[in-house]
Design a binder for this molecule. Structure first.
Ligand code: S3P
Length: 170
């Protein structure tokens, strides 16, 4: 079976919803950032610090290509991954891309104490987040096959994904 790729802004719940969806359907869950970290032997923050964002984006693209060759996975994409056409192309027509749509106000609350995401570790974090959110949303929408509201609990959102995609429950 094809992979299901969860995309959306940082903090939209791709990993928690992905894990729950995988548990409920008996599929394997894979977190793209963890996959990149394991391959590189460094955390995402270390990759940004040592190789810059473009170094990270290259590793991310490599990961997309490798993961698209696998089957039956629920994949939590990194928040930036599906904003690059070269990554969308890798999955399009083959895997199903699901956007978890969460309002900026909820994202802002969820990420209020975040220290793990390099793009947000700078002065004026709220403004940076807002600009990034506004510029990325149209790209997520263009990439996605379906859009699921993601502001509810991970379980409810996972059940909505399962329902919308007609996935068989375990
Ligand atoms: C990024 C999101 C992060 C991670 C990296 C860059 C982005 O993933 O890939 O920090 O560009 O939005 P999460 O969406 O899982 O936080």
């Amino acid at each position: 079976m094809n992979n299901i790729i969860l995309c959306g802004f940082m903090g939209c719940g791709k990993s928690t919803v992905g894990r729950t969806t995988a548990r409920k359907t008996g599929r394997r869950f894979l977190d793209m950032d963890r996959y990149i970290e394991e391959k590189a032997g460094m955390t995402v923050s270390e990759i940004f610090a040592e190789r810059g964002e473009s170094g990270f984006r290259d590793l991310e693209h490599e990961a997309c290509a490798e993961l698209s060759d696998m089957r039956n996975l629920i994949i939590a994409a990194g928040g930036g991954a599906l904003t690059f056409e070269r990554n969308v192309e890798v999955f399009r027509g083959k895997d199903t891309i699901v956007l978890l749509d969460v309002p900026l106000s909820v994202i802002r609350y969820r990420l209020r104490n975040d220290t793990r995401r390099p793009l947000l570790q700078r002065p004026g974090k709220n403004k940076v987040m807002e600009e990034l959110y506004r510029s990325r949303m149209p790209m997520y929408l263009a990439a996605a096959d379906i859009v699921v509201k993601g502001e509810s609990t991970p379980l409810k959102t996972a059940l909505a994904v399962i329902d919308r995609l007609n996935l068989k429950k375990k």
